[in-house]
Design a binder for this molecule. Structure first.
Ligand code: CDP
Length: 237
């Protein structure tokens, strides 16, 4: 794997008064509210936002396009070694690029929803993405952000176990199904959660020391305010 880290001028996010660079790890099942919460926090605290689910979706699309089945280990390893990863920044959000391709809404199709957990269970794919994910903390620092908010399934348990804040978001299944249905794409979120939680490699779990937030009956602003209280206490300590 080659990692191309974006360089260039410091962004407008450079702050005059230097505050502690914070890393926030947000984990949880499908449609638990991770992305909206992460985006809200990134805007409020000038954090670089990273959605690692999109990395698994994008690599799944590339592997499927290449006709590689999750069971074909040697073809998988060969194909992964041909993928050059980079980063594109749009506003506060950093997205992965694969051989200069910036993933678009094609990674949110039903076919990807149906297949992504099969590929995400593969240790080869997880280790291929591991260092890249960790390297994004340096990208956030280089670009002058005040921290990083990274969402996924194994962020607080594997990628950044020492994150300043580990959050685990959940919501009742009916609420989550409702949220996903609003997006208009079929997605068997309970099946995905079941696969993600039961796999051997980096399963979805509550990371040690994580703060649990049930978002079933909370608005997005209420969730963000709850987290903000914790972040403010971390930053002032
Ligand atoms: O947005 P949604 O909650 O539906 O899922 P996502 O965050 O886009 O993640 C899609 C899939 O990628 C998950 O169902 C997992 O199989 C996998 N994933 C993972 O294994 N590890 C991560 N850190 C993030 C996602």
């Amino acid at each position: 794997m080659q990692i191309r880290v974006i360089r260039g001028q410091k962004s407008k996010h450079n702050s005059v008064t230097q505050s502690k660079f914070i890393i926030i790890a947000i984990d949880g099942g499908a449609a638990a509210g991770k992305s909206s919460t992460s985006r809200g926090l990134s805007a409020r605290y000038r954090l670089m936002h990273v959605d690692t689910g999109s990395f698994y979706r994008a690599t799944t699309l590339k592997l499927m396009e290449a006709g590689i089945k999750p069971s074909n280990n040697s073809a998988l390893t060969d194909e992964l070694s041909a993928l050059k990863l980079g980063t594109a920044l749009s506003g506060n959000t950093a997205s992965i690029t694969i051989n200069d391709w910036v993933p678009d809404k094609s990674i949110r199709s039903q076919a990807i929803n149906d297949n992504v957990s099969h590929y995400a269970a593969l240790p080869e794919l997880r280790s291929f993405l591991l260092d890249y994910q960790r390297s994004l903390a340096d990208v956030a620092r280089d670009r002058g952000f005040d921290g990083l908010v990274m969402e996924g399934r194994d962020i607080g348990s594997v990628i950044f176990p020492n994150a300043d804040l580990r959050l685990y978001l959940f919501a009742d299944p009916a609420k989550r199904a409702q949220r996903r249905a609003k997006e208009g794409i079929a997605d068997s979120i309970e099946k995905r959660d079941q696969m993600d939680s039961s796999r051997k490699a980096a399963p979805l779990q509550v990371p040690e020391g994580a703060t649990l937030i049930d978002s079933s009956e909370l608005t997005l602003d209420e969730v963000i305010d709850k987290v903000a209280t914790i972040i403010d206490s971390i930053r002032s300590s």
